[in-house]
Design a protein around this ligand. Structure first.
Ligand code: 5GP
Ligand code: ZN
Length: 219
C-alpha cells in the first residue's frame, strides 16, 4: 500500500468488485478513486510496464502512447458523463429514449437531449503525483466531497498543478514543468465556479463549495 497502492489494480483487476474496478482490458484499468475529491472521481491506470513507473510528463512524451491514453480516457469520460446524468440529470437516458420512442412530432433530433455532462468533467494528471503508478484523473468539476479535507486536496485540482490531458505535449518552457517552484499548492483558494477568492479560509471555501454544488447540479 502507501505510494504503491495503485499497483494491485493493474496486476489483479479481476479480483475487485465493480464498485471499485469499473473496467479493464489488456492495456488499461479504470477504477474509482478511494478518496474522491469530487462527487465523482475516477482513475485511469495504463498497464504498460514500461510506462507505469514514469512521471506523466515523461510517459506522455511518447506521442503514440499519449494517443492511446487519450482514447481510453475519452471512453472513461463518457462513462463518467453517463454516471453524472444518472445521478443529477433531469432526464435519465431511459427517459430520453422513452420520449424519443413516443414522439413523432417534433422529430427525435429536436428533442432536448439534456445537459452535456461530459463538459462537467476534468481529465488530467497532477504535476507532482503522490502515487507511484501512472494514473489519469477523470473528475467531476464540483469538488464537493467530504474527502476534500485540506489545502492540497483543493488546490491540486484548482490550479495549474492539475494538467489537463489535452495540454500535452507540454512546451519545453511550460512553467508547469517546474511545479514546486510555482508554488501552486500555496495559492489562495479560488472558487472553481465563480472565481471568488477565499484567501486561506478553508472552512468558508468548503461551505461555498456546497452552495456551488447545489446550483451546479440542478442547472
Ligand atoms: P495523485 O495525487 O498521485 O495524482 O493522486 C492519487 C490518487 O489516488 C488520489 O486521488 C488518491 O485519493 C487515490 N488513491 C490513493 N490510494 C488509493 C487506493 O489504494 N485505491 C484507490 N482506488 N485510490 C487511491
Ligand atoms: Zn463560487
Amino acid at each position: 500500500r502507501g505510494r504503491d497502492g495503485l499497483g494491485a489494480y493493474i496486476t489483479n483487476p479481476e479480483s475487485y468488485p465493480s464498485d471499485i474496478v469499473i473496467s479493464h482490458n489488456a492495456d488499461f484499468v479504470a477504477i474509482h478513486d478511494m478518496f474522491p475529491k469530487s462527487s465523482l472521481h475516477l482513475l485511469l491506470l495504463p498497464r504498460d510496464q514500461t510506462k507505469t513507473h514514469l512521471h506523466p510528463f515523461e510517459a506522455f512524451e511518447d506521442t503514440e502512447f499519449l494517443a492511446k491514453v487519450r482514447f481510453e480516457a475519452q471512453k472513461l469520460r463518457s462513462f463518467a458523463a453517463a454516471e453524472l446524468r444518472r445521478k443529477y440529470g433531469k432526464y435519465s437516458l431511459q427517459e430520453q429514449e422513452r420520449q424519443i420512442a413516443l414522439s413523432l412530432d417534433p422529430p427525435p433530433d429536436e428533442l432536448p437531449v439534456g445537459r452535456d455532462w461530459a463538459k462537467e468533467l476534468m481529465c488530467g494528471i497532477h504535476a507532482v503525483p503522490s502515487m507511484n503508478h501512472l494514473h489519469v484523473h477523470v473528475i467531476a468539476v464540483d469538488r464537493y466531497s467530504d474527502r476534500l479535507k485540506h489545502r492540497k486536496h483543493y488546490n491540486s485540482f484548482a490550479t495549474p498543478f492539475f494538467v489537463p490531458l489535452d495540454d500535452f505535449p507540454l512546451a519545453q518552457g511550460d512553467p508547469r514543468r517546474e511545479p514546486t517552484r510555482q508554488n501552486y499548492l500555496k495559492e489562495e483558494f479560488t472558487c472553481w465556479r465563480c472565481g471568488k477568492k477565499f484567501g486561506n479560509r478553508f472552512v468558508e471555501l468548503k461551505s461555498h463549495l456546497e452552495q456551488e454544488f447545489l446550483e451546479w447540479r440542478k442547472l
